[in-house]
Design a binder for this molecule. Structure first.
Ligand SMILES: NC(=O)c1ccc[n+]([C@@H]2O[C@H](COP(=O)([O-])OP(=O)(O)OC[C@H]3O[C@@H](n4cnc5c(N)ncnc54)[C@H](OP(=O)(O)O)[C@@H]3O)[C@@H](O)[C@H]2O)c1
Length: 332
């Protein structure tokens, strides 16, 4: 029997489509809270609006923003109605395109980032802005494609665009074993930098294998004493680490900071730049990451795979703060 069809009317504005169902399984929250509020619901499949594509999800990654949204920590920043589907990025196949979309057809293998106010990706189908989606080249799996979106953008935009790391510079990447850090180490090395990183003792060899020349055990070593004269610090930790990171920069250096933990309000050093990272997905930025993956510049950092049905377990691992590399949900 054919799959039930979504109701397509002229005003839906869908200009190209394959078969897709009207309902799907999706991880949603009806109230904010701990892992117990995650519910595997049957939810409507959203037809793609103007400028959107509908993706049949094959893999989706877990990012700290997912459990921060589930907990309600981002309520003031990202205002959205409940129930809502969680998840920021995914990879899969385009099954329908909305009005005004070009360059992506039904059947195209893609990965990209959802608009956090409108849609989530921890679901069997996800509507994404076409401007935040790119074709995934042959040889890059959906798992890897999904893993490169939020984390890859968060590593590459600061290093490549915000502070333009160049050959011969010394770069300190905090939390080098994490989702962002594991990609940032590789990108900084690709740009020709000498890379220092902080990580737990159990992740030292992992970080060295990614290209760091020095992996500093943050629990037992003092990164301020070891990583001196840095040109750039990528701060993925925040708090006191942000404050102390200013001490390892040479004059004229740059501290580029992801919004990780609140930063104490101490006056910054006058002879360095503090650059708040602004992570905005674009097709061109995603294409750069996928090309790096296809050409071997970036090796996969997918370290934990969970079936879609085990999402709460995957969220718990992310929330532990000690996951290695990327966590990915896989859908059959
Ligand atoms: N502003 C933005 O747009 C944006 C974008 C992306 C990420 N972020 C934020 O950036 C942070 C990092 O993201 P992520 O995806 O990389 O997280 P993640 O994958 O969950 O990070 C886990 C890693 O952090 C390491 N770690 C924990 N505490 C550390 C410390 N004090 N020093 C060094 N390493 C430490 C752990 O290493 P061990 O297991 O060895 O301890 C673990 O490998 C999160 O807070 C996230 O919300 C912000």
């Amino acid at each position: 029997m054919p799959a039930p069809q979504a109701s397509i009317r002229a005003r839906d504005g869908i200009i190209g489509r394959m078969t897709f169902p009207v309902r799907m399984r999706a991880w949603r929250v009806h109230e904010y809270g701990g892992p117990e509020v995650l519910r595997l619901d049957t939810a409507p499949v959203t037809s793609p609006g103007p400028g959107e594509v509908l993706v049949k999800v094959a893999a989706a990654s877990i990012n700290p923003i997912d459990w921060k949204m589930r907990n309600g920590l981002l309520r003031a920043v990202i205002q959205t109605a409940l129930p809502r589907v969680l998840g920021r990025d995914c990879a899969g196949t385009v099954v329908a395109v909305g009005e005004g979309v070009s360059g992506l057809e039904p059947g195209t293998p893609v990965a990209g980032v959802a608009d956090p106010v409108k849609h989530g990706t921890h679901a069997e189908y996800a509507a994404l802005p076409a401007s935040q989606v790119a074709r995934v080249p042959d040889g890059v799996s959906p798992e890897v494609g999904a893993s490169l979106c939020v984390s890859g953008l968060s590593a590459s935009i600061p290093l490549v665009e915000d502070v333009q790391v160049s050959a011969g510079q010394r770069v300190l990447i905090h939390a080098g074993a994490g989702g962002v850090g594991s990609l940032a180490i590789q990108i900084a090395r690709h740009l020709g930098a000498e890379v220092f990183t902080t990580c737990g003792a159990a992740n030292r060899d992992y970080c060295l294998g990614l290209g760091a020349s020095r992996a500093i055990d943050y629990a037992n070593e003092d990164f301020i004493a070891i990583a001196s004269d840095c040109d750039v610090v990528l701060d993925t930790v925040g708090g006191e680490v942000h404050v102390h990171s200013q001490k390892v920069l040479k004059p004229g250096g740059a501290l580029v900071a992801l919004n990780a933990a609140p930063v104490p309000s101490t006056p910054p050093r006058a002879d360095i730049r503090i650059v708040p990272a602004r992570i905005q997905a674009t097709r061109v930025r995603l294409e750069r990451l996928f090309e790096w993956s296809a050409s071997g510049v970036l090796q996969s950092t997918v370290e934990s795979r969970f079936p879609f049905e085990s999402a709460p377990e995957a969220y718990r691992l992310s929330e532990s703060g000690h996951a290695r590399g990327k966590i990915v949900l896989t859908l059959a």
